[in-house]
Design a protein. Structure first.
Length: 277
């Protein structure tokens, strides 16, 4: 059994195309028929199981008799020896009552003796005029260096901000170019894949048609339809078979956001053009 992945119709044999135009089918396993056993076979199975239960019961009965027989030896019981109390140990209360209080030992503290050293009467005089420090004069060289540093810091910071803004813009532009390039490469691959399913032998004369469709996240082609049909039926039928022969492609890149894709097909006596609109 086979079932259509689009509309769900079931077929005993796998066809080329479904009524909805889909060519992908899922294989369905047929339901398994339950077997009915006759009554004689059921009774024989019940008797066989009963015999197995009896044989197992006899085996367990023999094991229990061997365990309870004369050969079984009981382990001697361990008797704990009584703990003897020693009469020589004195009572705690008698020791607490007879003990004498412990007196604290007082140590004698000797008085400290202060020894005074003789101080010389004459002390040297210090000239206060020599110890006066002059304020450090700021040199013109140091002032000029500091001013240059302050003046240089501001333009450097402005230049850094400009460079950072330029770098962010360049990164964004690179990301956009990369995303556009991925989408164009994806569309060129899709066009080559569809081109493989065109049968040019079935096209007679000239004609032009336009097809529109979408692609989901898994790469499946959805909402396939004609935007413009050609008066030449051979062109329309060959393009229709091409679109139905490839229902799925690779998943699209992140830059594709579900927009409609339009393709134009032009044929004229062996000459053809396939373009995106």
């Amino acid at each position: 059994m086979f079932r259509c992945s689009e509309c769900g119709n079931k077929f005993s044999d796998k066809p080329d195309y479904c009524e909805c135009g889909n060519n992908t089918f899922e294989k369905i396993s047929e339901p398994v028929k339950k077997l009915k056993l006759p009554i004689g076979d059921i009774l024989s199975l019940v008797f066989f199981v009963f015999c197995l239960i009896l044989s197992a019961a006899i085996w367990f009965i023999d094991i229990d008799e061997n365990k309870n027989g004369s050969g079984h030896q009981n382990k001697p019981e361990q008797v704990e020896a009584p703990i003897e109390k020693k009469s020589d140990i004195p009572d705690i209360e008698t020791l607490w009552k007879n003990s004498k209080p412990v007196t604290s030992v007082q140590t004698e503290v000797k008085p400290s003796v202060n020894i005074k050293l003789p101080i010389s009467e004459e002390t040297p005089k210090i000239n206060q005029s020599k110890q006066v420090k002059k304020p450090a004069s700021s040199s013109p060289v140091n002032i000029s260096k500091q001013a240059v540093k302050k003046n240089l810091q501001k333009p450097v910071q402005k230049a850094m901000t400009k460079k950072s803004a330029v770098s962010e813009n360049s990164v964004k532009n690179d990301e956009k170019l990369r995303a556009n390039q991925e989408l164009t490469d994806y569309k060129t691959g899709l066009r080559k894949a569809l081109f493989r399913y065109i049968d040019f032998t079935q096209i007679q004369g000239a004609g032009e048609c336009i097809v529109e469709f979408n692609i989901d996240n898994s790469g499946k082609l959805t909402n396939r339809k004609f935007v413009l049909q050609s008066p030449n039926e051979s062109v329309n039928s060959s393009v229709y078979k091409m679109m139905m022969s490839m229902p799925k492609y690779y998943p699209p890149p992140a830059s594709y956001r579900g927009e409609n894709i339009k393709m134009s097909f032009y044929f004229k006596n062996g000459y053809y053009e396939i373009n995106y609109l």
